[in-house]
Design a protein around this ligand. Structure first.
Ligand SMILES: *Cc1c(COP(=O)(O)O)cnc(C)c1O
Length: 345
């Protein structure tokens, strides 16, 4: 039996169509700006997000780090969520590289609370750093793939506009929000100066993220990409997969959302199961069992693994399951059976 890998949506392999396009892609040297496939991917990405320009980078981490470097000055402070990817999982890069001071606040339903942001703004005072940037995340990974609404974004954007702050969106899974809400990514991206999104997650490309923004901001971002060693050469080989993903990878995310809900429904019947969020809003689900501590969840991860079902134990959050292109209905059933075999009374 095949193993069902729900650890992350980063585990996918390229589709056959991607491989075909990778072989056929016209190439150039992208550091000279003349790889036609990369240029096309950057144009199409910018258009999809309603921005003037886009930059192809190796990872979501690099996209976010470059965005923060582009939008701030050394010594500035950025307000972000304490459970955001940028704060937790990007090696503190913006502090180390750009001297940007993070000001983390709790997330409320996956977003910053506008009143709390207002309260966190630094007064004009020699003792304090200058607030200059606000970062959001959509969908919100550690909030279980929560989809952030236009209204939530608008509340924070109003505070930013009042104080002339910049706004960056970590949109690693922005197209999941587009599909879930039925609202174009460009509309969700509109209040932000810069927006990153990943090709290497639900869109199942092997590598790559895009940073989108104004022509000026992306020109500066291109300098910072070079500084970080992220300038790549005949990278149309990879960008070709991205073009396929933008064409045929977005609508199908709804299937991942449906399967994630079906897993949640099945798990809800197991004794002591707590789902977060309930119901799931996109392709990510956390499940915790009342009778298990952190070590108990690690053991459950191992027991599921022995049955061919891979999930990720995440500290006191319990287990995380993430749906993606390579989990079909059979995989979903296999995952449910694995949980039932171990956790049914
Ligand atoms: C995965 C992820 C990133 C970073 O992407 P990498 O390509 O792994 O560096 C950024 N933000 C969120 C929300 C993510 O889930």
């Amino acid at each position: 039996m095949d193993r069902v890998d729900l650890r992350s949506d980063t585990v996918t392999h390229p589709t056959e169509q991607m491989y075909r396009q990778m072989v056929a892609a016209p190439l150039g040297d992208d550091v000279f700006g003349d790889d036609p496939t990369v240029n096309q991917l950057e144009r199409e990405s910018a258009a999809r997000l309603g921005k003037q320009a886009a930059l192809f980078v190796p990872s979501g981490t690099m996209a976010n780090t470059i965005a923060i470097g582009t939008l701030t000055n050394p010594g500035d402070e950025m307000i972000l969520m304490e459970d955001s990817h940028i704060y937790l999982y990007e090696a503190g890069g913006s502090a180390r590289l750009w001297g940007v001071h993070p000001h983390p606040l709790p997330s409320v339903d996956g977003c910053l609370d506008a009143a709390s942001v207002h309260g966190a703004i630094r007064p004009d005072d020699d003792h304090q750093p200058r607030t200059s940037l606000i970062c959001l995340e959509n969908t919100h990974n550690m909030c279980g793939g929560r989809v952030i609404s236009k209204e939530q974004i608008a509340g924070v954007a109003a505070v930013a506009a009042q104080h002339d702050f910049k706004m960056h969106l970590d949109g690693a899974r922005l197209f999941h929000a587009e599909v879930s809400l039925g609202i174009a990514a460009a509309e969700l991206a509109a209040p932000f100066d810069t927006v990153s999104f990943c090709l290497s997650k639900g869109l199942s490309c092997p590598i790559g993220s895009l940073l989108c923004g104004s022509t000026d901001d992306i020109a500066e971002a291109r300098r910072l990409r070079k500084l970080l060693g992220g300038g790549m050469r005949q990278v149309g080989v990879i960008a070709a997969a991205g073009l396929v993903a933008l064409t045929d990878g977005i609508e199908r995310l709804a299937d991942d959302h449906r399967r994630c809900q079906q897993l949640a429904e099945g798990l809800a019947d197991l004794p002591g199961a707590r789902l977060d969020p309930n119901p799931p809003q996109s392709n990510i689900l956390f499940v915790r069992f009342d009778d298990l501590d952190v070590a108990g969840h690690q053991q459950l991860e191992a027991d599921l693994d022995a049955r061919g079902v891979r999930v990720l134990a995440v500290g006191d959050r319990g287990l995380r399951a993430v749906f993606h292109r390579q989990i079909d209905d059979t995989g979903l059933q296999q995952a449910l059976e694995g949980f039932r075999a171990i956790r049914s009374i």
